[in-house]
Design a binder for this molecule. Structure first.
Ligand SMILES: [Zn+2]
Length: 189
C-alpha cells in the first residue's frame, strides 16, 4: 500500500489534469513561431477551428474496461451540415485506469498481484503533461472534419480507430509529427 499523503482526492486530480491539459493546448494551438506559423494548428484546420472543437469535447474522467485505452469517445458519424468543421462527441471518457493518469496498472485479480506497465503514446510515454497533450490532440483529430463523403457523412482528420491498435498508433504518430516539437516545449512533469 502507498503511504498516506496529503494529495487531493483522485477526482480532483483527474478533473484538474483535464482542465490543465486543455488550457495548455489552447495556448499551444494559439501560439505562432517567428514566421507566424503553427504546424500543429494547421494540422487541425487552423487555430480557431482547433480551439473551438477542442473546447466543445466533453472530457470527463471515468473508468473504462481496458487500461490500455487512454480516452474513449462516442463520435457522431451521421450527415453534417455544409461547411461544418467539427462534430461534438456525446461522451469523451478519460480513462481513470489508463495512460492519461497512470504509469502502472495493478492487476489485483492476478495471484500474486501484478503491476503492469501502461503503454505509452507515441514517443511520449504515459502520465505526464506531454503525453496528456498528445492524447487529447489525438482525440481532437477524431472530431475535426476535413471534407464530406458523397452521402454527406463527415471525413475526419483522423479516421476512427476504436479497437484498432495499429490505426490508433498510426494516428498518434501523425499528430506527433505535426505537433511534437510544440508539445516537447511544454514542461513534462
Ligand atoms: Zn483514436
Amino acid at each position: 500500500m502507498a503511504p498516506l499523503t496529503c494529495e487531493p482526492q483522485n477526482t480532483s486530480r483527474e478533473q484538474r489534469l483535464i482542465t490543465e491539459t486543455r488550457n495548455n493546448l489552447i495556448n499551444l494551438l494559439n501560439s505562432q513561431d517567428k514566421n507566424g506559423k503553427n504546424p500543429c494548428a494547421d494540422f487541425f484546420g487552423g487555430a480557431a477551428n482547433a480551439v473551438a472543437a477542442l473546447s466543445a469535447i466533453p472530457f470527463l474522467p471515468g473508468k473504462l474496461n481496458d487500461y490500455k485505452t487512454g480516452i474513449s469517445m462516442n463520435v457522431p458519424t451521421g450527415k453534417v451540415a455544409a461547411g461544418q468543421t467539427y462534430v461534438t462527441p456525446g461522451t469523451a471518457t478519460v480513462n481513470t485506469i489508463g495512460g492519461f493518469y497512470n504509469t502502472w496498472y495493478v492487476d489485483s485479480k492476478a495471484s500474486p498481484v501484478k503491476s503492469l506497465s501502461v503503454p505509452g503514446f507515441g514517443t511520449l510515454g504515459s502520465n505526464n503533461n506531454q503525453s496528456r497533450a498528445l492524447q487529447m490532440l489525438h482525440e481532437l483529430g477524431h472530431v475535426v472534419i476535413t471534407g464530406t463523403n458523397p452521402d454527406g457523412t463527415p471525413i475526419f482528420k483522423l479516421a476512427l480507430d476504436g479497437g484498432n491498435t495499429a490505426l490508433s498508433e498510426q494516428n498518434t504518430a501523425a499528430v506527433e509529427a505535426a505537433c511534437g516539437d510544440l508539445i516537447k516545449a511544454m514542461i513534462k512533469n
